[in-house]
Ligand binder design. Structure first.
Ligand SMILES: NC(=O)c1ccc[n+]([C@@H]2O[C@H](COP(=O)([O-])OP(=O)(O)OC[C@H]3O[C@@H](n4cnc5c(N)ncnc54)[C@H](OP(=O)(O)O)[C@@H]3O)[C@@H](O)[C@H]2O)c1
Length: 289
């Protein structure tokens, strides 16, 4: 049986994900706030919807992958929003990184329409999306995950079922806190080393043979030393995720002092940035005039 796919959000990571489903031969109806960004996918075989609701209407499975909570709210519940278009019996999968509370609200609204909901934020970067090697952090019913697994298999190499709605987003926020802190840690270490007159490469050389090594630093260190901050994971999205983690921690009464301090650093760089930059640009916090 043909599975009709709807896709909302053709950003840095959403677009390569949608493209893989088009390439796998699924009928895919896409909607993006800026329709021009869909042009190449349409040439490759996707169909363009005029509204989120129109993307949802034919979908057996609708994916959303947009930047932040307000974007999810606009796509689902705004004018001609997708929620009103979803058919009973279909599945909504949200791959955006948002607050766990919003994921639970999406689940409740979907259930009221007879629609199954899964939150499935991702990790693995834009390169992982291009190669179909993402990792999904899933919250929701195991049976719903089983229904969409054939689609996820085109997009990712692994999916973790982490618990009920909200659990996937919670783990995703915790993961991003860790990445943000690791990259800020490297930026601070580089500031100390280069400020002392020792070349950055010397630290990186030692790092490569030490316990301090981490895959995220292997990817970000060359961006930092070459000062190439073309966004793969934009700093504005990392800043959003640090804010969401702190909001959740605040609700739970859990102190996150390192994350709170890092958010200030990311805020300062975001405020000063003239363009969209990767979060590796957090090192600009230590840049001297
Ligand atoms: N990039 C990564 O490596 C990565 C990795 C893991 C997780 N994520 C998460 O995946 C999600 C998407 O990330 P991305 O990198 O694709 O972000 P992005 O490049 O900034 O794209 C954001 C998408 O959201 C849409 N959008 C923003 N505000 C909207 C609104 N008010 N109404 C409707 N659509 C709106 C944008 O539409 P326009 O095209 O019109 O602006 C675009 O399609 C985010 O939650 C991010 O945290 C990203």
């Amino acid at each position: 049986m043909t599975v009709n796919v709807g896709w909302i959000g053709l950003g840095l990571i959403g677009k390569p994900m949608a493209r893989r489903l088009v390439q796998a031969g699924y009928p895919v109806t896409v909607w993006n706030r800026t329709p021009a960004k869909a042009a190449d996918l349409i040439r490759e075989g996707a169909r363009l919807a005029a509204t989120p609701r129109e993307a949802a209407a034919p979908a057996d499975v609708l994916f959303t992958c947009v930047s932040d909570p307000p974007a999810v709210e606009a796509a689902l519940w705004g004018d001609d929003g997708a929620m009103a278009g979803l058919r009973a019996g279909s599945v909504l999968v949200d791959s955006s990184t948002v607050a766990p509370a919003l994921a639970r609200r999406e689940a409740a609204a979907a259930a009221a329409r007879g629609v199954e909901f899964l939150e499935a934020p991702v990790t693995g970067g834009t390169w992982g999306a291009e190669k179909g090697e993402l990792v999904f952090l899933v919250g929701g019913e195991a049976a719903t995950l089983e229904r969409v697994q054939p689609l996820l298999a085109h997009l990712g190499k692994k999916w973790f079922h982490l618990g009920p709605h909200g659990a996937g987003q919670t783990v995703k926020l915790a993961m991003n806190m860790l990445y943000a802190l690791e990259v800020q840690g490297l930026a601070e270490a580089l500031a100390l080393v280069t400020g002392s007159g020792v070349p950055a490469d010397k630290l990186l050389e030692v790092l490569a043979s030490s316990m301090g090594r981490a895959p995220v630093l292997d990817i970000k260190a060359p961006m930092m030393t070459s000062r190439n901050f073309a966004p793969s994971f934009p700093l504005r999205l990392m800043h959003k995720d640090l804010g969401l983690a702190l909001e959740l921690a605040n609700q739970l009464g859990i102190p996150l002092p390192a994350t709170a301090a890092a958010r200030e650093t990311y805020s300062a760089v975001k405020g000063a940035a003239q363009e969209d930059v990767d979060y590796a640009a957090v090192m600009n916090f230590w840049r001297r005039p």
